[in-house]
Design a protein around this ligand. Sequence first.
Ligand code: 1HE
Length: 258
Amino acid sequence: MIYQSFETRMEGAVAVVMLNRPERRNALDEQAVEELEHYFSRPPAEARAIVLAAKGPHFCAGLDLKEHHTKERSPAEFMRVCQGWHRAFDRIQHGGIPVVAALQGAVVGGGLELAGAAHVRVGDRTAYFALPEGQWGIFTGGGATVRVARLISPNRMIELMLTGRVMQGEEGMQTGLLNYLVEPGKAFEQAMSLAHKIASNAPLSNYSIVAGINKIWDMSANDGLFTESLLAALVQTSPEVQVRLREFVEKRATKVAA
Ligand code: 1HE
């Protein structure tokens, strides 16, 4: 399938999804969100990790404000728009394939919600984060109250939204939004390198890591521990474990090194 809002390609076992509307700062219109849902619902069978990146100096300016302005949606219509964003970003977060986001420039509003659905975030020093919805008299609708609040804390999210303050990369690191902060222009390279490393893990381990940990976070401790034991029972007894552990036993495996 050819997508209008992003380009896709494979680099080895890593799939690349590159937002490609830099002239609109990669703002997300309805079509873009539908396309993201379509892609992340059926990523290429050979993909073991996905890098989500964007062309141009900005990762994503969030909701397409021009489309929203033109369409003058009713409450029911916009509720459906939001639920479309939720479906798409749920596919990213819970699809079972690790997603590494490469961020530069504006990562704002729905752009931050999109980045928040990835599992690892690499920002370069041009990246900045904001939730400027208050300025337009709107609210988040792409999952920030759940994902961004969980990443940076509800308290920080409330303050960011009330003041419209912009958070820079260092603060992104301190608050847990970013996993890596790299020099300008280097986010994609770093994200690809991490994705190749991630892709070398056993797929079932990766599935449990990205789909399991977030799901278990929503459960009671009791349910979480039970679910962990079920996941571990499946993963630890899969045939691939025998092969990988034989390498360890026969002293052929790479050691954990400080
Ligand atoms: C857009 C959008 C957009 C740019 N929708 N068209 N998001 C925001 O509040 C971000 C609003 N945008 C900005 O603050 C700035 O555009 C940026 C900081 C992202 C980039 O600034 P700059 O100087 O590089 O570009 P620009 O000149 O402002 O924009 C270039 C073009 O992109 C221009 O169009 P042109 O036809 O005049 O060339 C802009 O109109 C267009 N553009 N951002 C549509 N967002 C599910 S709810 C989610 C809630 C939200 O996401 S609220 C949106 C938050």
